[in-house]
Design a binder for this molecule. Structure first.
Ligand code: PMP
Length: 458
């Protein structure tokens, strides 16, 4: 099917990041999205029960609708927990989920998420991405962002479709595309993010008779695995290409809050589509609480055009029904107690923590791997992506060195091939520095050095 050019609604732009001019903004109309939905998404119908949940809130209505268990039979009467105060290291906050909040947390909730959490998240998206709650876009909560990314892929991609993926790419998405027999078009990346020249060349040389890719997947902050953060210039070029060649950007940004660079933050794609592109509705953004609140709480959220989120929610309504109301109640209680300033103070501490970890790790790399490997310094996230050098300057292969030689010497990392859609060999390695204590960093990198030297002797 040829992708259509949209006719849009005009809306007013929200706050522009520094240096970006404010202009009037077009919103892509609802009918625009049909072309992006997969056959299975188009076939899905709203759940006959969950689709009627909102009607239960009609004043005066007596609902005999859903098979909701009676919460008076549930054994939990109150849930108390302590949490760190982000503004006062000596203070612990005593927090409780009880009464109506607990009853709601123990019950089924709306597929897209619970109201208290969603309301808080709208405020968050306004604060960090300048997007004011309004028509045309919304938020859905998932059991981690992985849950939502998977459902998005299923909702937009048909078996065999071509998809644009930055390369190297987050390994967690490769099986999603592989299982659909997708043609994964690898877009080159460097220390500045997606190389727009590579993207442009793929799109401009596209055969006229073949449908163009509908989605681009990217991790713009502290990318997993490369650690790179896309610059403002690159983001703008990618957005421009999305408009020219009519594709959606899947902005997977779990490391957005783990930015510890010294320069001001780059605006997200979700922000830039409004403030730079002047056309909203091409970006579906994925956030995660895994790296900042808890990975086990399993809360991620997708923000973007309502029709796309409707398609994701219809998948949820037939798979896991919703993500846990209880963990959403816990998160909403904590976040409301902190407020947005408290949240900012918390992420300042988290990112400062990872900055220090990055520095310690890099010191160890300079000590042990100088002349044996090369790398760019990450400004966000929790990964170093480094290339093992060979003695004769030939292109190396990290797989055997990492999986066998280094492992036998007592250090485990990930060979870069895990992040290449076609699994080709590469000299790159991903090392995560999030957990390792300083003394272990020195030992681990010393072992890695020995392993590389062993391999060079072979
Ligand atoms: N995307 C990327 C790039 C990730 O690194 C991860 C976590 N490894 C995820 C998504 C999934 O995160 P979540 O815990 O929110 O499902």
């Amino acid at each position: 099917m040829a992708q259509q050019t949209p006719s849009s609604n005009t809306t007013t732009g929200s706050s522009a990041p520094d240096g970006l001019a404010q202009k009037s903004v077009e919103r892509l109309p609802e009918s625009f999205y049909t072309q992006f939905l997969s056959i299975s998404a188009l076939k899905r119908k709203p759940s006959p029960i969950r689709g009627l949940f909102p009607l239960e809130k009609t004043p005066g209505l007596i609902s005999l609708l859903a098979g909701k268990p009676n919460p008076s039979t549930f054994p939990f009467t109150s849930l108390s927990f302590k949490a760190r105060s982000p503004t006062n290291p000596d203070e612990e906050l005593d927090l409780t989920v009880d009464g109506d909040e607990l009853r709601a947390g123990l019950q089924y909730s709306d597929t897209a998420g619970t109201k208290p959490l969603i309301d808080w998240l709208f405020g968050l998206q306004e604060r960090y991405h300048g997007r004011v709650r309004g028509e045309g876009w919304r938020i859905s909560v998932g059991s981690g962002s992985q849950d939502l990314i998977y459902k998005a892929v299923e909702a937009f991609v048909n078996p065999g479709d071509p998809v644009l993926v930055e390369s190297p790419v987050y390994a967690g998405t490769i099986p999603m595309f592989e299982n659909l027999n997708c043609e994964q078009l690898e877009v080159e990346t460097d220390a500045h993010g997606i190389c727009s020249t590579s993207l442009r060349s793929i799109l401009e040389n596209w055969p006229a008779e073949k449908p163009k890719p509908k989605v681009l997947y990217t991790v713009p902050y502290g990318c997993n695995p490369t650690g790179m953060t896309a610059t403002l210039e690159r983001r703008k070029e990618v957005l421009q290409l999305a408009k020219e060649h009519n594709f959606l950007i899947l902005e997977d940004d779990p490391y957005f809050y783990l930015y510890y660079g010294t320069a001001p933050r780059y605006p997200s794609y979700f922000n830039l589509e409004e403030t730079y592109l002047g056309e909203t509705g091409r970006v579906l953004r994925f956030d995660s609480f895994s790296k900042i609140l808890s990975a086990g709480i399993r809360i991620g959220f997708a923000t973007g055009p309502t029709p796309l989120l409707n398609a994701i929610d219809m998948h949820t309504a037939t798979s896991n029904l919703q993500s846990s109301s209880l963990t959403q109640a816990i998160a909403a209680t904590l976040l409301n107690a902190w407020g947005y300033d408290g949240f900012q103070a918390h992420i300042d501490q988290v990112s400062a923590f990872y900055r220090e970890k990055r520095d310690i790790f890099e010191k160890g790399m300079k000590k042990h791997l100088a002349g044996l490997a090369e790398w760019d310094t990450p400004e966000a996230g929790m990964f170093f992506w480094f290339k093992l050098l060979t003695k004769d300057g030939s292109e190396g292969d990290s797989k055997a060195i990492i999986e066998t030689t280094a492992f036998n010497r007592g250090v485990l990392a990930l060979p870069g091939t895990a992040f290449l859609p076609n699994g080709r060999k590469t000299a790159y390695v991903r090392a995560s520095f999030s957990l390792t204590p300083e003394e272990d960093v020195d030992v681990a990198l010393g072992r890695l050095r020995e392993a590389i030297l062993d391999a060079q002797k072979e």
